[in-house]
Design a protein. Sequence first.
Length: 187
Amino acid sequence: MEKDRLTQPCNMLMIGGSAGSLDVLLELFPKLKPTLSVPIVLVIHRKNTSELMLTELIAAKTKFTVKEIEDKEVILKSTIYVAPGDYHLLIEKSGHFSLDFSEKINFSRPSIDVSFESAATVYGPALTCVLLSGASNDGAEGAKVVKENGGVVIAQQPETAIFPFMPEFMIKHEKPHYIFNLQKLVD
């Protein structure tokens, strides 16, 4: 595990999470620098009935444009995208999002694994993926593909997670490049 700052170029930041991850996002987003010029894509396990509430909560905490992803939408820089509930999120080589309604993976749709893997094949070493709090093992297999394609994998320090199982599982099985301490990021 590397201790230094992230120096590898990043053309997309993808963040996956489940139970307990919203708290982290609401602390992090107000601290984002306005000069950040990459798309940030959130793949969060949630019920599809809470579609706009998540987008509105995040938009209230940042100066960035925040929007729910639509099928075939062009990916823009300096935008925070939220994967809609009940669809798998895929990244197309053409620079578009794609939504898929195939069966659930790890009991989830959207599946973090599916999104991490899809982004890894498009962005390769220019992809950074972060896995936050959650109670399933979703994200670990996707992290493996991200690493195989040269991308960077980051896990939330389990001690700072409300539900530590997801980052713990990824740390144990896929050895992320970095483990972040939430308090150091928000202080």
